[in-house]
Write a protein of this length. Structure first.
Length: 299
């Protein structure tokens, strides 16, 4: 509808629509969150959490609406038709840009439950949206460097406990727990510094996924393995708002989760840790080959 406008104008308009949409739905969300805060009862949580998730879903739907209005980008999405909204999923994806989050939300909205991300503790202080993440029970994780962990190994337990508490809440209503296993956005410099064995990916970090699996037991029926490709270059968030990325490709597949993954201890069982690393390596090999095939076909 507004795709004829110059990119910069589209970008400004998209940003304004995003801000207005966020403020409107966050106001409603925080009103309900206040009730949940004042009445911390399981019955209240069971009643309010679906409403909070519905508000977040409506926010995503409105984002998809302004994206369709302002962006001439071609979307190539496959593998989402067999997903179920009333189920629990562990979602994994490669990570290249902040745009990835909007891509996943746009493609998976109403196909699976609302995506819940593992976030850095500092992000709770982001104006408005930080409170919204808190209200939606997004797990906030503290990041400790290797020096701090060597001095105080007990710090490892903080993230484990945060994950366990978050996943206890997730067990009450269908939830999609989202993790970017690379732990950071892909750049050529990071790829070179890591000496990554993959052509288009950083090395995966298995800890967060293993913790979520351990905390949720067998609640997750499958892993939703998502692969995002930007055939014409990774867009910045401003590029995305302007609609200057010609094509976005998303491939999704469901991968069975071995039952023993829900009962094994990643931290203490070295045998399970090796098994889990091999499982992740197989996922990453498949993802790397898929990205290469998509890029070759596009070029």
């Amino acid at each position: 509808m507004l795709k004829f406008l110059p990119p910069a104008v589209r970008g400004v308009l998209a940003f304004v629509l995003l801000v207005v949409n966020t403020l409107f739905w966050c106001f409603l969300l925080l009103l309900l969150a206040l009730v949940k805060l004042l009445l911390p009862l399981e019955a209240v949580r069971k009643a309010i959490d679906p409403l909070l998730n519905a508000i977040a879903t409506a926010w995503v739907s409105c984002n998809s609406l302004w994206m369709r209005w302002t962006q001439p980008t071609r979307w190539d999405i496959a593998g989402v038709t067999d997903l179920k909204y009333e189920d629990w999923y562990l979602v994994n994806c490669n990570h290249q840009s902040w745009v990835d989050i909007f891509v996943l939300q746009h493609a998976l909205n109403r196909r699976i439950p609302m995506l819940k991300f593992f976030l850095k503790q500092e992000l709770i202080y982001v104006p408005v949206i930080g409170l919204a993440w808190w209200a939606l029970d997004f797990p906030f994780m503290r990041r400790h460097d290797k020096t701090a962990l060597r001095k105080n190994p007990n710090l490892r337990e903080q993230d484990k406990e945060s994950t366990r508490k978050a996943c206890e809440k997730f067990a009450l209503v269908p939830t999609s727990v989202m993790s970017f296993a690379e732990g950071t956005r892909f750049t050529a410099q990071k790829h070179q510094t890591q000496a990554s064995p993959y052509r288009h990916l950083l090395k995966p970090k298995s800890g967060a996924l293993a913790l979520a699996l351990n905390a949720m037991g067998t609640q997750f029926h499958s892993l939703v393995d998502a692969t995002i490709v930007y055939p014409h270059g990774i867009p910045s968030f401003w590029d995305f708002l302007c609609g200057t990325s010609p094509e976005i490709v998303l491939r999704v597949r469901q991968v069975p989760i071995p039952p023993e993954f829900g009962t094994s201890d990643y931290e203490k069982d070295s045998g399970f840790r090796r098994t889990f690393h091999r499982w992740m390596a197989d996922l990453w090999d498949h993802k790397d080959q898929e990205i290469e095939q998509i890029l070759q076909r596009s070029h």
